[in-house]
Design a protein. Structure first.
Length: 253
């Protein structure tokens, strides 16, 4: 379940499709729990929307597949609600015609959620062995999603003067990020594909970036969560698109 409300942070990563006996769903959940102290994703949601505890969560998760991914899990704290689920982006919709696993999590857009957002993003991405991903406040994520254009179906330009991005199936490589977000995860391969880091050009971004254990990068565009009604935040996003024209398939690397 993606973020749907103004008080939520969306976390999305794109990774290779799941194999038949794949331990990554369990790895993602364990990594999230390590990244957010006190988090326990031990409940599923019934068809009636009821929260159901999972005493053998890891066994259930390892054995359960849904839509090429895994069912939604959540924690038990209604004041700090966290969810995670996975689904398959079909081969027809994916770069190079290779299906992908998309993992989506939701964090609350609160001080505590913001404090762990970058660590949770990195945890999910590296647990899933993702190509790339991002975490972005819901409202900014809506505008950013509208950058991806099927011009025949919708001839209106993207909002706020943002650049138009190609549909994912028209991007030349799975390592190339489809879009930017507030905090971005780029695997080592994704970073190479867009030319990051360049010490001469990325001094400002590097001041808000860190490397990961797997050789990837976590790159924060702004210190505070991205609000595109803030001119400084919109400028930071625009400058990042200018710096990395490969993102969204606008330039072939």
């Amino acid at each position: 379940m993606p973020a749907t409300q103004e008080n939520e942070l969306a976390v999305t990563v794109y990774a290779p499709a799941l194999a038949s006996d794949d331990g990554r769903p369990v790895a993602v959940v364990h990594s999230m729990e390590r990244a957010a102290p006190g988090l326990h994703l031990g409940w599923m949601i019934s068809e009636k929307g009821q929260r159901i505890p999972l005493p053998d969560r890891d066994v259930w998760l390892a054995q359960t597949r849904m839509d090429g991914g895994f069912p939604l899990l959540r924690n038990g704290d209604d004041d700090f609600r966290v969810t995670v689920t996975g689904w398959e982006l079909s081969a027809a919709s994916s770069p190079e015609g290779q299906a992908q696993l998309v993992v989506e999590a939701v964090l609350p857009l609160t001080a505590d959620g913001v404090a762990v957002a970058a660590d949770v993003l990195a945890a999910i991405a590296e647990g899933a062995r993702a190509f790339w991903g991002h975490t972005t406040p819901f409202l900014a994520a809506v505008d950013i999603a509208r950058q991806t254009k099927n011009w025949a179906a919708n001839p209106q330009p993207p909002p706020r003067g943002l650049p138009a991005l190609k549909l994912s199936r028209n991007i030349s490589s799975p390592e190339i990020p489809h879009r930017l977000g507030w905090v971005n995860y780029w695997s080592a391969a994704a970073a190479r594909s867009i030319g990051f880091p360049d010490p001469a050009r990325d001094e400002d971004l590097l001041s808000r970036s860190r490397g990961t254990a797997a050789g990837g990068w976590v790159v924060r565009l702004t210190e505070a969560p991205l609000v595109l009604g803030n001119p400084a935040h919109l400028s930071a996003l625009m400058h990042a698109y200018e710096r990395f024209p490969q993102i969204g398939g606008r330039v072939v690397p």
